[in-house]
Design a protein around this ligand. Structure first.
Ligand code: KG4
Ligand code: ZN
Length: 389
């Protein structure tokens, strides 16, 4: 089954065609993140306006790319659309959570296309869908295309990724999934597809939000995660770095508590206090970045490891934009092999599949195929990871 996935929950406009939930035929991402870099965060109105501009060209490119191998080189152009749309079996669209203006662009476009093309449509929970990036096997020859500004960052993250996922097998259930994105941090147990149980999460800021807010204090651009990670890398490669254990500048809230919850809002205050309210000098940024990164990574790994020991799942699935962080994946890998003696198979998608794109939207729809009446597909900005669509 070939599904066209559409994702517009935040500042990325993405479309992808995925076959049988695992094989990427195309993936196109247009990002407005650079427009938000100056303001240090997303302005919802600006993001929504960009979504409107990008949505049709992005969907069209995804269809052209997906089927150009079969058809020979195709120029982008609407005359091909009837031919291309006949090749897809269904549409899948993110209904939430996210920004209402951005979500509306995706849901209304997808519904209109489903109606015109007479295809079934599946409403997708963005957070649960992130997990499905772990089910996608990368075909190096697949026709990949990331457009505009977002692409540079995505390609850079993947090229710079030191962590190589050795795990080519499909994840096995029961699984534990840690979803760490810009707006959410959730730990869920998965008995199977669609069988999610929430066991913990953040009580205030999300992990990605902590990266973004701390980056702003350091004078780094939005999105803060990749920026902090790149600065931290500079420190790791310098002679000033000795040992990870010496990185103790910032607190690790709730690390000793027996629950599976996090709190990240205090980190920003600690960083602010350390900086005395001033922007740090350029030379001290890599050291501060590495300290911030280590504080976030430490609590995420520690609490998740505790859950692995308690629930003994067969797999750990890392997902969401923060899963693109090298150090996070590396620390999980080391701790799992040391403390759990590799009893859990660890999965983390390549960085460009961790951050928002439509491949996992289509993959989710394949494994949770539940087409809905058009009237039932509507934007839901407040949807939780286990929430009903
Ligand atoms: O999942 P995502 O692309 O969008 C949401 O659904 O929110 O996640 C975006 C978040 C941002 O907060 C960004 O700073 C963070 O993921 N992020 C990273 C890295 N790449 C993206 N955080 C840490 N390290 C990274 N390499
Ligand atoms: Zn996301």
């Amino acid at each position: 089954m070939k599904i066209l996935g559409i994702e517009t929950s935040c500042d990325e406009t993405a479309a992808a065609v995925v076959e049988d939930g695992t094989k990427i035929l195309s993936s196109v991402v247009a990002s407005s993140s650079q427009r938000h870099a100056k303001t240090g965060g997303i302005i919802p109105e600006v993001a929504a306006r960009q979504q409107i501009k990008s949505i049709i060209p992005v969907i069209e490119q995804a269809l052209v790319k997906a089927f150009e191998v079969e058809n020979g080189k195709l120029e982008a152009g609407f005359s091909h659309l009837p031919l291309l749309t006949s090749r897809i079996d269904a549409l899948a669209v993110t209904v939430g959570p996210g920004l209402i203006g951005s979500l509306l662009v995706g849901t209304e476009t997808a519904k209109t296309l489903a109606y015109l093309w007479k295809k079934p449509i599946v409403g997708v929970n963005h957070l649960a869908a992130h997990i499905y990036a772990n089910f996608i096997s990368e075909n190096p020859k697949s026709k990949y295309q990331n457009t505009e500004q977002g692409s540079r960052l995505r390609r850079k993250q993947t090229q710079n990724s030191k962590f190589k996922n050795q795990n080519s097998k499909l994840p096995e259930f029961p699984a534990l999934a840690l979803v760490v994105s810009g707006g959410h941090t959730d730990l869920v147990l998965m008995k199977g597809h669609g069988k999610l149980k929430w066991i913990g999460g953040t009580r205030d800021d999300a992990a990605g939000e902590a990266f973004d807010k701390c980056a702003r204090l350091l004078g780094l651009p939005y999105p803060g995660g990749p920026a902090i990670s790149a600065e931290a890398e500079k420190f790791f490669n310098s002679s000033r770095f000795t040992d990870h254990r010496s990185l103790t500048m910032f607190p690790r809230p709730m690390i000793g508590e027996s629950n599976f919850d996090w709190s990240f809002s205090g980190l920003k205050t600690s960083v602010l206090r350390q900086l005395n309210g001033k922007t740090p000098s350029k030379s001290s940024v890599p050291m501060l970045a590495v300290e911030i990164q280590e504080a976030i990574v430490d609590v995420l790994v520690e609490k998740t490891l505790r859950a692995l020991k308690k629930f003994k799942p067969r797999s750990l699935l890392l997902a969401g934009g923060v899963a693109a962080n090298n150090r996070l994946a590396e620390k999980f890998q080391k701790k799992i092999s040391k403390e759990l003696h590799e009893k859990v198979s660890f999965h983390v998608p390549p960085p460009h599949l961790c951050t928002d794109n439509a491949t996992y939207i289509a993959a989710y729809a394949h494994f949770n195929f539940n087409p809905a009446d058009l009237k039932k597909i509507s934007a839901n900005p407040q949807l939780t990871i286990t929430g009903e669509i």
